[in-house]
Design a protein around this ligand. Sequence first.
Ligand SMILES: [Zn+2]
Length: 187
Amino acid sequence: MRIGLGIDAHAFAPADARRHLVLGGVQVPYERGLAGHSDADVLTHAIADAVLGALRAGDIGKHFPDTDPVYKDVVSLTLLRQVGELAQAQGFTVKDVDSVIIAQEPKLAPYREEMRANLAAALGISVEQVGVKATTTEWLGFEGRREGISAHAVALLEKTEQTGGRELRGAISTPEVALVERSEQAG
Ligand SMILES: [Zn+2]
C-alpha cells in the first residue's frame, strides 16, 4: 500500500477575464473563475498530485509543465486520466481518494456528486472510492478573503501487478529455510 498527499491553490482571475470556475470537472456558476495555464481545476490537480505522490513520481508540474502550450486551457480531468494510466502502467491500482475544497464562496454542496462521478470516471474507479468535501475557513486566509481556492487530497494505492506477488513469496520463503537449517543443527 502507498499513500499520497496533494495540495493545490489557485487565485481567482479578474471577473473581466471571463474564466469559468471548474472544480472536479464541473463548471460551477460563479462571478469569477480561477487563474491558471490549464482550466485551473484546483481539486483535480490536488488529486492528481496525491496519486503521483503515492507513485513517488513527482508532481503534475513535472509531468504537464505550464510552459508547454499543449496544456493551455487543457481540461484537467484528461490530465488526471493520464495520471491514472501511469499508476496502472507501474502496477498500481487506486483504491481510495479523499479530498477537501477550501473556499469561502460559492456553495459547492450541490455539485459534489457530479464532481465525484467525474473524478471516479477519470481514474477508472467507482464513485464510492472518491470522497469530495468542501469547507470554508470562516473568512480566514486567502480562501476566506475570496482571493482564491485551495484543495487537499489523499490517495491510497495498492501494488496489484504480479511482480508484487513474487516479492511477497520470496520474503516468506526465507524464514522457512532458516527454520529448517536450525532444526537440522539441533538434530
Ligand atoms: Zn493547479
